[in-house]
Design a protein around this ligand. Structure first.
Ligand code: FES
Ligand code: FES
Length: 214
């Protein structure tokens, strides 16, 4: 092939542009064909990598549990998929909606954003643990009485945040309830009735403690 005298890359002792493009194209063809050739060869399947797993002990709704978990499992995964406690709901799965709220040593946590291995030695309370002896918790009774659940998807998370509030502040004001439940979103926007229910549950527990005296 004759050289193009106008092409500055076509000088003696140097790789011309045409030669470079030709060589590059050949290399690309070889590279693209390589996997095809490899497919035809007998391959020894690689051993599947072992998933890191850890055995943890924790107490869930009053029962001691010893479970082996994948290290990447969230507490919600453990509760829902392993322990079958599906009352804890998963909405956003990224710490925004509060549907997955459970109590960890009486403190609300988003179980979608908390690793199961971190719960080693801790005490977990889920919505399934609120009722005692077949009797609903007074907070659950108040939610029913005040029509606090609409679709109900957020309800277990709302109940757990409210339970933590009432344990540290037995007679909250509406403002207290709104502040405590700020991390629990209700897609049905039934906030007023949820707040009414929690305030009523607090008032009812105060009345039962004092025998009705104000
Ligand atoms: S599912 Fe956990 S915060 Fe939304
Ligand atoms: S009752 Fe439907 S999301 Fe709260």
């Amino acid at each position: 092939m004759s050289k193009d005298p106008q092409d500055p890359t076509e000088r003696d002792g140097e790789v011309s542009r045409r030669e470079f493009l030709g060589a590059t194209g050949a290399a690309l063809v070889v590279t693209a064909a390589a996997p095809v050739a490899a497919v035809g060869q007998a391959q020894t399947p690689a051993a599947a990598p072992q998933r890191p797993r850890t055995t943890i002990r924790l107490t869930v709704n009053g029962a001691s549990q010893r479970v082996e978990v994948d290290d990447h499992w969230t507490l919600a995964d453990l509760l829902r998929d392993r322990l079958k406690l599906t009352g804890t709901k998963l909405g956003c799965e990224r710490g925004e909606c509060g549907a997955c709220t459970v109590l960890l040593d009486n403190t609300p946590v988003y179980s979608c954003s908390y690793l199961a291995v971190w719960a080693e030695g801790r005490t977990v309370l889920t919505v399934e643990g609120l009722a005692r002896g077949g009797k609903l918790d007074p907070l659950q009774e108040a939610f029913i009485a005040h029509d606090a659940p609409q679709c109900g998807f957020c309800t277990s998370g709302q109940l757990m945040s409210a339970k933590a509030l009432l344990s540290r502040n037995p007679t909250p004001t509406p403002a207290d309830v709104r502040a405590a439940l700020a991390g629990n979103i209700c897609r049905c926007s039934n906030y007023n009735r949820i707040v009414e229910a929690v305030v009523a549950a607090g008032a009812a527990s105060k009345s039962s403690r004092t025998g009705g005296a104000q």
